[in-house]
Design a protein around this ligand. Sequence first.
Ligand SMILES: Nc1ncnc2c1ncn2[C@@H]1O[C@H](COP(=O)(O)OP(=O)(O)OP(=O)(O)O)[C@@H](O)[C@H]1O
Length: 354
Amino acid sequence: MRMNAGYLRLCGISRKIGNFELRNISLGVERGEYFVILGPSGAGKTLLLETIAGLQRVDEGETWIGEINITHWPPEKRQFGFVYQDCALFPHLNVKDNIAFGLKVRRLYSRIVQKELDDIVDLLGISHLLERYPATLSGGEKQRVALARALVMKPRVLLLDEPLSALDVPMREALRDELKRLHRLTGMLMIHVTHDFTEAMLLADRAAVIVDGALAQVGYPDEIFNRPQSRAVAEFVGTQNVFQSKVINQNGKKFVQFGKSQLAVETDLEGTVNFSFRPEDVVLSSSRHPVNCLRGVVDFIARQGLFTRVVVEVEGVGVVALLASNNGSMYALNPGTPVFCVIPPEVINVFPDK
Ligand SMILES: Nc1ncnc2c1ncn2[C@@H]1O[C@H](COP(=O)(O)OP(=O)(O)OP(=O)(O)O)[C@@H](O)[C@H]1O
């Protein structure tokens, strides 16, 4: 079994449930990190979070916190906070009693604890809601209460399962900023599950992508976004331009074959590989450039608000470019317009063909 560095460590965790299986997950998360678990719907993100919380038993593998093996500890002994997408507040209790519920269960409700409760309520700016009942709260207010309820217990780790996905866009953005602020102020280790890559980019110190029950990539959000290491991750982060090819060595310089053309790349890999580049990194030009320039014809244009997606057919293959809709050159493009796609070597991500 592989052991990892980190404060919270998952070592070779496997869990079969119905037809689905979490497979050999090894992961180390540091104290104070904001760690995001990303992945498409049904990838096993919630199951993984529930396994970390101790709500799901494991079939194989171990969970450690510091030097302690907590694999068989029940959830309450782990002292992890859990915030669900739908908040799961008690409908018959007002906000104050919802927040204090866990403290009362632990028989901790005293004047000292009242001070902590007041601090959390202030931190989340919800003092005006204390007498209200969950049914009268907006989605964002409910989620703030759910966060307060988890934080007042001073958890070792705060687990957040899609905490923003039930909210409308302005509320989602406000609460996303709030999470960032809470993390900065508390320094708590937070593990946040989402399928929204933008959320991950804005919140995460590091992230893991899970695909089909297995870890596909762990790293800084920037790395995952710009340097996906598998086709599945490239597709999940919206790379759109992903091709299989082979590396060609010429006088010490490396190229990948694209149809009859060759594109200069920066890579240590050899042989059969995949390469990808983001649509935002494709430059469309009416004139030929000396390096990494593919001649094509505009096939399709779709305006998507601030951005416009242009598909250029190059040697029978679609290359996708994303341009700012107010980009002057946009107005000269129509289906059938000849155009050059320029893809600088440094934006081409070459990864193994697995
Ligand atoms: N109790 C269960 N019994 C059988 N299958 C289950 C059970 N719980 C989850 N699954 C299955 O396990 C898989 C992973 O579920 P999970 O909820 O972890 O996915 P997810 O990545 O969180 O997806 P989403 O983003 O849609 O919430 C799914 O195919 C789901 O149907």
